[in-house]
Ligand binder design. Sequence first.
Ligand SMILES: NC(=O)c1ccc[n+]([C@@H]2O[C@H](COP(=O)([O-])OP(=O)(O)OC[C@H]3O[C@@H](n4cnc5c(N)ncnc54)[C@H](O)[C@@H]3O)[C@@H](O)[C@H]2O)c1
Length: 309
Amino acid sequence: MNIDDATVGPLGGPRPAQAATGTRDGAAPGGEDGGPGDAGRDDGARDDPGRGVPEATVARLPQYLRALTALAERGTETVSSEALAAAVGVGSAKLRKDLSHLGSYGTRGVGYEVGHLLRQISAHLGLTQHWNVVIIGIGNLGRSLAGYGGFASRGFGVVGLYDDSPAVVGECVNGHVVRPLSEFEVPSAGCATIAVLAVPAAVAQRVCDLLVSAGVTSILNFAPVVLHVPEGVHVRRVDLASELQILAFHEQRKAAPGRTTALVDGATLVDGGRLGSRALAGQALDGQALEAALQPSAVGTLPRAGATR
Ligand SMILES: NC(=O)c1ccc[n+]([C@@H]2O[C@H](COP(=O)([O-])OP(=O)(O)OC[C@H]3O[C@@H](n4cnc5c(N)ncnc54)[C@H](O)[C@@H]3O)[C@@H](O)[C@H]2O)c1
């Protein structure tokens, strides 16, 4: 989950140390490094059309920002690409390439000027201004997010809460009265609005469509479903279950390296195991097969490896 990523305030200045908490512990930020990287994005491999900054680079900028903030708090004025790359967990060549997209090349023998790079990345991430955040779906997760102090301290102000349940609408949550989704409108005050989607997966696309038609162009989606949006709308997905499954995969391999192969002939496997087993067994997972495998009702019904479909 990335909600702890950015550690600078609206004006790009470093936040107090306690704000710089970690996320996705131990994971490299870039997809090529085996970390989650782009896994959370729903909008394909589109680069940022406005600035020509690759999406994968954008995904790593908050990590650079966090490392630079920590350096600034320690009074460090310059940092080499190797040291900054090591602090973030990427290769130094990739870091240099990423920063070159921002027009930052550093100085040979000196490295990067920490304060300048902080301001530059903050500006590229849009952290030099305040953002409105609305949360849709005020259940367990929506309530927690509504009360999360890390948004406001980073320039993301929660300005509206919406739900469609009569049991929730009208309730006061963290100083905001929950309004019916039917009354949703993009707040006119301030600048762009980011919508946080915390509704059940079954309704997420419908709610997303409603938000987009109301003018929302940035959505943070917590529902475990891929959202389809028109060009120009950006979606980031926070899929905690997938992250857990990835960790489970690695734990399983650490515990019994040969086990995955053994599972290929097993009759009842869990989702991740079955998909991984089929892939390892050389079975192509076309769209239909993948979709079928992901259906809860399909658990345990996939043919054994080698069987024809
Ligand atoms: N709770 C978690 O820790 C967690 C973690 C990761 C992801 N998620 C995902 O986040 C989403 C919300 O999870 P939750 O545990 O808060 O669920 P929840 O059932 O507690 O809350 C969902 C809320 O959405 C509202 N809602 C339903 N349909 C709606 C609609 N059409 N328009 C507006 N509001 C609507 C419901 O009234 C309810 O208040 C789910 O998709 C879940 O899979 C939850």
